[in-house]
Design a protein around this ligand. Structure first.
Ligand code: UD1
Length: 434
């Protein structure tokens, strides 16, 4: 999909039509990780040299951050599938509210802007409607690094002629806060320690990217990051890791439909928490090099799972796996500990016949022997993925409205599922086709 087609697809806001009941079979090509691209794109603000990121997928969230960067004065261009970025004449006060509000990850520009330019104004972020998602940990950490933080109406203003290293303890291992502080500390004076840091693979990828710019970061992938600030960072070409959540989504869809699918390239290490659960539910998992194959014969078995910061089970795959488990033998107990209010897919699954009871942050999912196609409404990115999976496994036709949520995080989703044998099509609800 080129840029114009992408824009048209988003503007038209069509629905997805899915005729379910076909086991998925074949191979899926996995893209570069959305959640790694976004902080890395923000980190390009730290250098005036050009940065090339090969093979960045067309995703709505990536497009949003590119637009934010362009509004700041950054030169962002596409060369084939590569993204080429150069931040020379930057206005750190120019981030537009309407773009930042679209996506919480836009707030990742705060750390690098402040660190390089000594000041920044960043509108308050938006994002998926999943819980209150505050930014207090980002702000506390930046204050510890020496920032003066003033909240205006709808935006936050930061000032600090020079940031200095600090010892920061995060109350919770927030991915975004760890990333914002890591970027700021990379060019602060002296040593910074971030304790109780997030250990997600995307944080490690950001640290590796920063090191390829000349930063000094130790301990990435552990709970303690140590960063020695350097005066200047330089350009680089950097290959972002592949998307463990995209890969996981296709694997869970395979489990739900009783299929046989290989995903790659992936770093199987990143998928461990999911693969353990898929095996427990009765799937046959084969890992070969950078590919993972899942064969699901017969009905899934119920399992219990609890979302946790990495290396625990990822919250982004909770909704997709719940969709699959709604067809399992027995009752699964699913607890969401990372976000409040990340159960918005449940009323939609119930419309298809799923038996799900909610008790606070826990969902009791008693498997039914079939789901029935229905008209569904997607509320956020991963809820939308869950509904697609349920629809692929259900009997009959489903319609998923507000399918544009999927474009935030999945490139060519219909094409990829269609290649696996799914009957899936996107079209405007007023269209006469099909
Ligand atoms: C990132 C991912 C998102 C994933 C999430 C958890 C990106 C672009 N998005 O989101 O897909 O679901 O990690 O793995 O990488 N919190 C606070 N105060 C803060 C920051 C966070 O209380 O200052 C809370 C949030 O409300 C939430 C929890 O911490 O309940 C996790 O948030 P966080 O790890 O920051 O997630 P994001 O970086 O927003």
């Amino acid at each position: 999909m080129d840029h114009d087609e992408f824009e048209e697809a988003v503007a038209a806001e069509p629905d997805l039509y899915i005729d379910g009941g076909r086991p998925l079979q074949g191979d899926v090509q996995i893209e570069a990780s959305k959640n790694a691209v976004l902080p890395i794109l923000a980190a390009t603000l730290l250098t005036s040299d050009p940065v090339r990121l090969p093979g960045v997928p067309w995703l709505h969230d990536v497009d949003t951050l590119c637009r934010v960067q362009r509004s700041l004065g950054v030169d962002v261009s596409r060369e084939g599938r590569d993204l080429v970025v150069q931040a020379i004449d930057v206005d750190p006060f120019a981030a537009p509210e309407h773009l930042v509000r679209r996506m919480r990850a836009s707030f990742l520009i705060a750390g690098p802007l402040l660190a390089r330019f000594g000041a920044a104004r960043v509108p308050l972020p938006g994002g998926c409607a999943i819980g209150s998602r505050p930014i207090d940990l980002h702000l506390k950490g930046l204050v510890a690094l020496g920032a003066d933080v003033q909240a205006g109406s709808g935006y936050i203003e930061f000032r600090a002629p020079r940031l200095h290293g600090a010892n920061i303890y995060l109350d919770f291992p927030s991915v975004g806060a760890t990333e914002n502080l890591l970027m700021a500390a990379a060019v602060a004076d002296g040593w910074t320690t971030i304790e109780n840091a997030a250990q997600e693979p995307e944080v490690v990828d950001l640290a590796n990217f920063l090191c390829s710019l000349g930063a000094e970061v130790r301990g990435a992938g552990t709970t303690e990051l140590r960063i020695h600030g350097v005066r200047r960072l330089h350009g680089t070409t950097y290959q972002v890791i592949s998307d463990r959540i995209e890969a996981g989504t296709y694997l869970v869809a395979t489990a739900a439909t009783g299929g046989d699918v290989t995903v790659g390239p992936v770093l199987p290490e990143h998928l461990k928490p999911l693969l353990a659960k898929l095996r427990e539910a009765g799937g046959e998992v084969d890992v070969q090099g950078d590919a993972v194959r899942l064969r699901q014969r017969g009905r899934l078995r119920a399992i219990d799972l609890k979302t946790m910061p990495h290396p625990g089970f990822p919250t982004d795959l909770q909704a997709p796996l719940m969709a699959a488990l709604s067809l399992a033998e027995g009752t699964s107990v699913i607890t969401e500990t990372v976000f409040e209010n990340r159960f918005m897919h449940i009323p939609e699954l119930r419309r298809m016949g799923a038996d799900v009871k909610i008790d606070g942050r826990t969902a009791l999912v008693t498997g039914v022997d079939h789901l029935t196609g229905a008209t569904l409404h997607a509320s956020d990115l991963r809820a939308a993925a869950a509904l697609v999976i349920a629809a692929l496994a259900a009997n009959g036709r489903s319609t998923v409205a507000d399918a544009f949520h999927l474009d935030r995080g999945y490139a060519d989703l219909e094409e990829k599922f269609a290649q696996l044998g799914a009957q899936i099509e996107r079209r405007s609800s007023c269209s006469e086709v099909l």
